[in-house]
Design a protein around this ligand. Structure first.
Ligand code: ATP
Ligand code: MG
Length: 388
């Protein structure tokens, strides 16, 4: 009996021609993610990837595998030859273990998928056999509608028996959808935005603005921790750190007070645009969310967008805060995000921000600013750190 982690791949298997490339990428990601943890062979067979378990470290393996995009379910399984006696033993073992962890389970249902069409019994007949084995050996009943647990049987060249499908994040393997530059603040939203785009296969690097010495080094450390959390899913990343204070001071002196935030936002976007051009990012990503704050009205977003012709992804645009918080909690960024450190945007917060900015209005407010000089200067002084 060999223990394996059976990994279901969801939409990956639908990718037609590209399927093999995706599969190889995914297997590479799995290998990298499991570095330092003992395991056996990694192989694929009929749309699933398998990782052989070689010691009692299943929990560690599962926790790491959850960080690999492209995996939809993780099923800790027992693998045996496709042989009736062996399958029977595997079912006994698997159900015995499940009931020792969940003594409250009273009902089950067998669920067979018969990949090996040459096997003499059909799925229904195999289910009946499994049912008979379980009923004979354990104090549980069949419930085909709402069972407490399933006994899954994947019958292929070898047979895999399992009772648990642990949900992973799905998505697409890392780097299969280009490179994005995430505007990462210390808040709740932008780490979630980065996670969601990384989940779709975008390699994410982070751009953070601080207002040192108005914002502290500890505030910056907090944002780096968030970048580390993102990198635990998406791999090594570059963290660009830009001091926006000189720009904020200029805006403060030369532009209307009620447009401070929106003009700062446009500078952030210009800097992101320039970096994207220089370093070849395919898109910019933000954690903006419609209507959440004054700068995130439709007008505000349009005025921010107007300084770049790069594609700007705002994956949280239509989400409610509670959903965003749920994701942040699930991926482990929430606790860090709510640490009370100052943010560069709050340094010069207008009392009554302009809620209906227009492009032409803001452009004329920016007339006294030397935009190119400010942008270039900020980028020249930028610091870059590798994370992950
Ligand atoms: P978050 O929770 O991500 O901080 P927020 O609700 O506080 O978002 P804003 O502060 O208005 O909203 O920021 C909107 C978006 O602009 C952020 O999600 C982020 O992508 C970007 N942004 C804001 N401040 C910074 C910053 N200091 N550095 C980099 N990006 C920033
Ligand atoms: Mg913020």
């Amino acid at each position: 009996m060999q223990r394996v982690m059976a990994l279901s791949l969801g939409e990956l298997v639908l990718k037609g021609k590209n399927r093999n490339t995706f599969l190889q990428k995914l297997i590479g990601d799995i290998k990298r993610t499991l570095k330092g943890i003992n395991h056996g062979k990694i192989y694929h067979n009929m749309g699933k990837v398998y990782v052989e378990v070689t010691e009692d470290n299943e929990e560690k393996l599962i926790n790491r595998l959850k960080h690999v995009f492209g995996i939809v379910y993780i099923a800790p399984s027992i693998k045996v030859e496709t042989d009736e006696v062996k399958i029977r033993e595997a079912i006994f073992k698997c159900v015995e273990e499940t009931l020792s962890v969940h003594p409250e389970y009273k009902t089950f249902k067998a669920d067979t998928s018969r990949g090996d069409k040459s096997y003499p019994l059909n799925s229904m007949q195999i289910n009946n056999k499994i049912g008979a084995i379980v009923l004979k050996n354990f104090d549980v009943k069949v419930d085909v509608h709402t069972p407490d647990f399933y006994v899954y049987c994947d019958l292929k060249k070898d047979t895999y028996i399992y009772t648990e499908k642990i949900k992973a994040y799905g998505g697409l393997p890392k780097g299969t959808n280009g490179r994005g530059l995430l505007l990462l603040s210390g808040g709740i939203d932008s780490p979630v935005a980065g996670f969601l785009m990384a989940k779709r296969g975008v390699m994410v690097d982070c751009l953070h603005f601080h207002s040192y010495p108005f914002t502290s080094e500890r505030a910056e450390e907090k944002v780096k921790t968030l970048a580390e959390d993102i990198s635990s899913f998406s791999g090594k990343l570059n963290f660009y750190s830009v001091n926006i204070l000189p720009i904020q001071k200029e805006i403060n002196m030369n532009a209307p007070e009620d447009e401070m935030t929106i003009i700062s936002r446009r500078f952030m976007m210009r800097i992101a645009h320039k970096l994207a051009e220089e370093k070849g990012y395919d898109c910019i990503i933000t954690g903006e969310n419609l209507g959440q704050v004054a700068s995130q009205t439709i007008g505000g977003l349009q005025v921010t967008d107007a300084v770049t012709d790069k594609l700007v992804f705002r994956p949280l645009i239509g989400m409610d805060k509670v959903n965003i918080i749920n994701i942040a909690t699930d991926i482990g960024t929430y606790e860090t995000s709510i640490l009370p450190f100052e943010d560069c945007c709050t340094v010069f917060l207008p009392k009554h921000p302009n809620l209906r900015p227009t492009i032409s209005g803001i452009e004329s407010s920016e007339e006294d600013l030397d935009i190119d000089l400010l942008v270039n200067d900020a980028i020249d002084k930028m610091e870059v750190t590798q994370i992950g």
